[in-house]
Design a protein around this ligand. Structure first.
Ligand code: SAH
Length: 253
């Protein structure tokens, strides 16, 4: 059986004793029925991954003694991928957070547009989904969840140099693989994928996106995809052509 991995915020080093939070403790105690001495793996996004052993467990609390490092934290490789997306409703936004985490995004950014039908975004919930996915998929980091912004503000303050690949359902973009393969010799640096809401981008938003320097409209083919399908498909294309799916072996991330 695979050893349970847990994300913690504490520093990790040999000999440290880590108090796990209520939910994690409940999970270890009541779901996995762990006992004193049982192994878990801990990671915090900074110090790699460590083997630890439960040293005390009770109702709603648990502590783990950190033993030895099993993976080191890879040095940042300079350049990452964000997913900016128009929020969708509950189960589907949870799905986006989890799948985008598995697909290696460095940040999740809810960006509301004119036709976005969802009101407040629960960023704590997005983060919880990202943590759970990171624990499950062997990531050593958890993506940032950026504060929701309007598309207008996001574009007005768009980070210079971060290329914005936006999924254009009007058919105005290049086929996505062609766009990525064309960028292959110049792929270093930061990227973002943006998807629109179920209602699609408004005309003025399409114009603003086209005007942004470094923006690349792409097509995902002749069918109109649900927003979450579009997000996941675009991230998969990026990883396959420009990202870490091209590497072999375990290099963390
Ligand atoms: N109501 C819109 C569809 C929106 S789909 C319409 O009927 O035209 C939600 C989002 O997914 C879109 O804004 C776009 O970002 C992305 N998307 C869906 N299908 C796509 C496709 N074939 N090509 C590119 N982007 C697509």
């Amino acid at each position: 059986m695979r050893i349970t991995r847990l994300y913690v915020t504490h520093d990790l080093s040999a000999g440290a004793s880590i108090g796990l939070d209520r939910q994690q403790s409940h999970y270890l105690n009541h779901v996995l029925r762990m006992k004193q001495g049982d192994p878990v793996h801990l990671f915090n996004g900074r110090h790699g991954e460590w083997r630890a052993n439960i040293d005390a467990i009770g109702r709603g609390w648990c502590s783990a003694a950190v033993a030895e490092q099993v993976r080191t934290q890879p040095a940042g490789e300079g350049g990452d991928l964000w997913l900016a997306f128009a929020p969708v409703k509950r189960a589907r936004i949870d799905f986006i957070a989890a799948k985008a985490t598995e697909l290696g995004v460095a940040a999740l950014w809810p960006v509301t547009t004119e036709h976005t039908a969802v009101g407040r975004v629960n960023t704590d919930r997005l983060y919880a989904n990202a943590i759970e996915a990171a624990e499950q998929c062997e990531r050593l980091t958890v993506p940032d969840v950026r504060e929701p912004a309007s598309l207008r503000d996001a574009l007005a303050h768009w980070p210079a140099g971060r290329r914005l690949v936006w999924c254009d359902e009007t058919g105005g973009g290049r086929p996505i693989a062609d766009a990525f393969l064309a960028a292959r010799d110049d792929a270093a640096g930061d990227w973002a994928v943006l998807t629109g809401p179920e209602g699609g981008f408004a005309r003025s938003e399409l114009d603003a996106l086209r005007d942004l320097p470094n923006s690349i409209p792409v097509s995902l083919g002749p069918r109109i995809l649900r927003a979450e399908t579009a997000a996941i498909a675009a991230l998969a294309c990026w990883q396959a052509t420009l990202g870490d799916w091209r590497k072999t072996g375990d290099d963390g991330a």
